[in-house]
Design a protein around this ligand. Structure first.
Ligand SMILES: Nc1ncnc2c1ncn2[C@@H]1O[C@H](COP(=O)(O)OP(=O)(O)OP(=O)(O)O)[C@@H](O)[C@H]1O
Ligand SMILES: [Mg+2]
Length: 1028
């Protein structure tokens, strides 16, 4: 209802108790109309659900809808059948009390539909039982089977239930459906043999003919055409567009399997259905004595087979009546009319008993297989009552009488229970009960069912009394016995004006829901419901297993008259009322919006009529008698606490005190409300609406505040989270850094310690303790060495190796040197090579032997000291083709006077040539050059010794060159006289000409002086250079 409060302006009120003008039927209907227009078919009257048939699929029974209504407060969500379903289920589970949902309304109002939806809700939302989960399917699948056999198209409803149904669903202590049981009430069996225009027989006949396989129809002797069967053509509408018999047949066939029918049982059941059709086609003809004779042999043949009875017995039973007179059995032939009556009676009996059998069979299938288990004892039961609604036709007969009586009983129960519960609530809450004005229909119930004086008693009496009792005698008896009852009228009892509207064979009951005129025709017959004895006997001998269960032989021997139909019905109703009373009731009141079965049409007259006879205004009055609204203190406070500063945002004390403070703050006047023990009762809707409006305004401002607070909170939380994360990351990172540093320090300390230890033990043999140090020293030596390698061959520096690497160091040094040399050698030019070779030869000859050698080392040897232009062409000519390898200016000392003379010394490949200007003065072939002498001092004199025997030669040659080392090296090399150079100390003797030798004396002195000594020797004083 709380949600209804919010939506009230748009679509009326969702709970009629909130109607300001609650006594106005017009206001009531207007509210229904407004909601119906918006496809809101459900409205509450307190806990009672009023439902208007929409005649269209509103898509409001989906799984999502079920979920939406599960476990929520009844009043928090818009009215819905599922809200009732869920409330009932929760009460069943939490209070462990049996519940009953009573669904009422007139034909076509949607009772059966509602029952199915409820079952579907339970099947889909309840937990599955631990064992026997199939019970849910069976509960659901029992419906199509029962509907096929018990429903039919009528003028009011294309799927009208022609029997009353009360179904129990049993739940175990966990709330899982574990079993079920069905009670059926008064099947309208007259429909089997007769239908009004525009109506049909029970669905199963058409379904079988439309959907049954060829082979099956052949076995059953049926044609696929309803027109061929007299029992199906009376209403002249075998085909209806809204019904798909073929599909329905498939559904039924499947359902039969689910509810444990074996193939044989199905065959037996369908044989009976077929036999009813064949019975309808049995014709009689009168013989000469006007006795009826069966003319349709074929039908009889099929019947014999399908029912498993003797052909002749059946034939006799259909045309004769067995009378027992004075203990003797007599067969009296029937006339045409009687035979037809007997045939129809048999058809009705066969069908209705089969229906009863079917219900029992379904019950066996639904019965919990676990009935002996301990959990079974703690089951709770939820009853669903889908019973025919109040019926008023043009022509009302015995059936309508029973149906309307049933509705009277249920209405009485309804009033009793609602008033009772209302009263109990007031008492429980300690609020004074204010009497409610309502019509109590007990007087009508009594009129029908009272012993001796009630209509049923009088009818039974007429049926049982000997003599000629007829429907009219029954009417007379009625008039005699109940003369002045305010709710009964007959032609005789009525006043002048009313009498016109009543036939002589009719009586009128002023039901709580309106007046209904019943025709007494057929009352006795239908109440007696007699089947001729021989027909019964025949059926008792049936070999069809279902038939043999339906017709029990004990029936034949039972002398006691069976109870009349009305009494049986009365008894079953009393039993039903007891069942319902023992349970917590919930109500669904169904309303049919129009007679045309059309969506969107709201027929006000029709609806007003239903509102009246469903007693909805009465119901509302009772509910509103005292207070329009009541709610538990907790709920009320929770909803409205924001309207009072003292109760907002929370109330610490008892909810009741909070509500008291709240209503005082809201300014409720004392007459507007009452405080019960657990609930507040508000008398007028307008008080509640004013509170609701205030709440709406308050909500706006609260919403803004809440939003702001929430945003603040949200962002602060976010900030705190970020801060927390930052701190966390920081501490982690710091930790990581710290740990790394510590690890590094530790490592460093260990390394240093190892190092020191190694250092201490560095001279010890290699062991684990000094291994690191030694390796380190080695490594650092090698690394150091890499940086300090000698740059060239002359660089002799080399780092000092550690003792362990001495050998390696030497090897490396050698390698390095070799490498440098190798590199150097690869890098030098041929000229330089020659230079070096000559230098090497010079070194070989002079090193350590001649004083001025060291000075010559850094001076490069030059290929020649005289260019060809400095040599006389004549000399060149004289040499001819001989090339000059080397030329140098020299001083020649005469052999005799030792006069110095300037000369040129040329080296050719073959000889040393001494040239004076343009003249070759002397040519010494290398072959004749026997040696070369030179002093060890720093002078630059040298003597070329020649072969003495060579006459051409004038003797040895004393020469002086400024480049003595170079010149001598070149001469020695050219003449291959490297080993023939003599370095003399003191003096050199040379051949001064034929038979004459000269001597040169060398003495060290302060400066170079070359003179002819007195002894005839050449005296050379050479400065001391201290180079050696
Ligand atoms: N809630 C609903 N939504 C849609 N259609 C509905 C609803 N209730 C009923 N109907 C339609 O109305 C038809 C008649 O409903 P239903 O058979 O339940 O009536 P009933 O009250 O059981 O009538 P009867 O007393 O004749 O058995 C349904 O076949 C269906 O087409
Ligand atoms: Mg129905």
């Amino acid at each position: 209802m709380e949600s209804a409060l919010t939506a009230r302006d748009r679509v009326g009120v969702q709970d009629f108790v909130l109607l300001e003008n609650f006594t106005s039927e017009a206001a009531f209907i207007e509210n229904l109309r407004r909601r119906f227009r918006e496809n809101l078919i459900y409205t509450y009257i307190g806990p009672v659900l009023v439902s208007v048939n929409p005649y269209r699929d509103l898509q409001i029974y989906s799984r999502q809808h079920m979920e939406r209504y599960r476990g929520v407060s009844f009043y928090e969500v818009p009215p819905h059948l599922f809200a009732v379903a869920d409330t009932v289920y929760r009460a069943l589970r939490t209070e462990r009390r049996d519940q009953a949902v009573m669904i009422s309304g007139e034909s076509g109002a949607g009772k059966t539909e509602a029952t199915k939806r409820l079952l579907q809700f339970y099947a889909e939302t309840c937990p599955a039982p631990e064992r026997g989960g199939a019970v849910r399917d069976r509960l659901l699948q029992s419906n199509p089977v029962l509907e096929a056999f018990g429903n039919a198209k009528t003028l009011r409803n294309d799927n009208s239930s022609r029997f009353g149904k009360y179904m129990d669903v049993q739940f175990d202590f966990k709330g899982a459906p574990v079993g079920g049981h069905i009670l059926s009430y008064l099947l309208e069996k007259s429909r089997v043999v007769h239908q009004n225009h525009g109506e049909r027989n029970f669905h199963i006949f058409y379904q079988l003919l439309e959907g049954g396989e060829e082979e099956m129809l052949r076995r059953l002797g049926l044609e696929r055409n309803p027109q061929s069967y007299l029992y199906l053509v009376k209403g002249q509408c075998a085909k209806v567009s809204s019904i798909n018999d073929k599909n329905d047949w498939k559904v039924v066939r499947k359902a039969l399997t689910v509810i444990d029918f074996t193939e044989d049982e199905v065959e037996d059941l369908l044989s009976i259905v077929a036999s009813v059709l064949h019975l309808g086609n049995i014709h009689f003809a009168a013989d000469e004595e006007s006795n009826a004779q069966v003319t349709t042999e074929n039908q009889l043949k099929y019947l014999t087979r399908l029912l498993g009875v003797e052909g002749s017995t059946l034939r006799e039973a259909l045309t004769h009546r067995k009378i027992i007179a004075k203990g003797e059995e007599l067969l009296s032939p029937l006339n045409l009319e009687q035979a037809a009556y007997a045939r129809d009676a048999l058809a009705k009996a066969v069908y209705s008993r089969t229906f009863t059998w079917l219900v029992e069979k379904i019950n066996r299938s639904l019965a919990s297989k676990d009935a002996d288990s301990p959990s079974w004892r703690s089951t709770t039961v939820l009853g669903l009552l889908d019973i025919y609604g109040f019926e008023v036709f043009q022509h009302n007969s015995f059936e309508q009488f029973c149906i309307n009586y049933c509705n009277e009983k249920l209405q009485q129960l309804f009033i009793e229970l609602t008033l009772k519960s209302e009263q109990e609530e007031y008492e429980a809450e300690g609020i004074a009960w204010e009497p409610v004005q309502y019509f109590n229909n007990k007087i009508i119930c009594d009129l029908v069912e009272e012993k001796f004086k009630g209509i049923i008693s009088i009818l039974d009496e007429e049926c049982l009394r000997p003599g000629e009792a007829t429907d009219l005698t029954f009417l007379e008896k009625l008039e005699d016995t109940i003369k002045h009852h305010p709710h009964l009228l007959t032609h005789k009892l009525a006043d002048q004006r009313t009498r016109k509207s009543l036939g002589r064979g009719e009586f009128r009951l002023l039901h709580y829901a309106g007046e209904v005129t019943y025709s007494v025709t057929g009352f006795l017959d239908k109440n007696n419901d007699l089947l001729f004895r021989n027909l019964k006997e025949t059926m008792c001998s049936s070999e069809n297993p279902i038939m043999s269960q339906c017709f029990d032989r004990s029936e034949l021997s039972d002398k006691k008259r069976p109870e009349t139909v009305a009494t049986q019905f009365k008894m079953s109703l009393l039993q039903l009322v007891e069942i319902l009373k023992s349970k917590e009731p919930a109500y669904v009141r169904c309303i049919k919006p129009n007679d045309a079965k059309q969506p969107g049409r709201f027929d006000e007259v029709l609806i007003r009529h239903q509102v009246k006879y469903l007693g909805l205004m009465e119901n509302l009055r009772v509910r509103r008698a005292g207070f329009a609204y009541r709610r538990k203190y907790e709920v009320f406070l929770q909803r409205y606490k924001s309207l009072c500063p003292e109760t907002w945002p929370s109330w610490a004390g008892r909810p009741q005190d909070g509500v008291a403070v709240l209503v005082r703050h809201l300014g409720y006047k004392p007459e507007e409300y009452k405080m019960g023990r657990t609930k507040i009762f508000i008398r007028f809707p307008k008080t509640l609406f004013a509170t609701e409006d205030a709440l709406e305004v308050r909500r706006q401002s609260l919403a803004t505040k809440i939003q702001a607070a929430w945003r603040g909170y949200h962002w602060r939380q976010k900030f705190l989270r970020v801060k927390q994360s930052a701190i966390c990351i920081q501490s982690w990172w710091r930790g990581t850094l710290g740990r790394r540093k510590a690890a590094k320090r530790k490592w460093a300390a260990q390394t240093i310690r190892r190092f020191i230890r190694g250092f201490i033990l560095r001279h010890a043999p290699r062991c684990p303790e000094n291994a690191f140090f030694l390796d380190h020293v080695r490594t650092s030596f090698l690394l150091n060495l890499r940086r300090q390698l000698p740059r060239n061959v002359l660089d002799t520096s080399w780092p000092t190796p550690p003792p362990a690497l001495r050998e390696a160091s030497e090897l490396l040094r050698e390698l390095c040197m070799k490498n440098m040399v190798w590199k150097y050698c690869r890098g030098i030019s041929p000229e330089w090579k020659q230079q070096l070779q000559q230098k090497a030869v010079a070194s070989e000859i002079f090193k350590g032997k001649k004083d001025n050698y060291p000075q010559s080392v850094p001076r490069l040897f030059i290929s020649t000291r005289l260019g060809t232009d400095e040599i006389s062409p004549k000399v060149l000519q004289a040499l001819g083709s001989e090339p000059i390898q080397y030329a140098v200016p020299v001083v020649k000392y005469d052999r005799k006077g030792y006069k110095p003379r300037s000369r040129q010394l040329l080296l050719t490949p073959n000889a040393v040539v001494i040239v004076e200007d343009a003249k070759v003065k002397q040519r010494i072939d290398y072959a004749n050059l026997t040696g070369i002498s030179v002093s060890s001092l720093s002078d630059s004199l040298f003597v070329l010794h020649v072969q003495r025997e060579d006459n051409k030669q004038k003797g040895d040659v004393v020469l002086q060159s400024d480049h003595v080392i170079e010149t001598l090296t070149k001469v020695a090399l050219s003449a291959d006289r490297v080993n023939n150079i003599n370095i003399n100390q003191g003096s050199i003797t040379f051949a001064g000409g034929p038979g004459r030798d000269g001597t040169i004396d060398f003495t060290p002195g302060s400066e170079l002086l070359i003179t002819k000594a007195k002894n005839g020797h050449l005296a050379v004083v050479a400065p001391r250079l201290n180079s050696r």
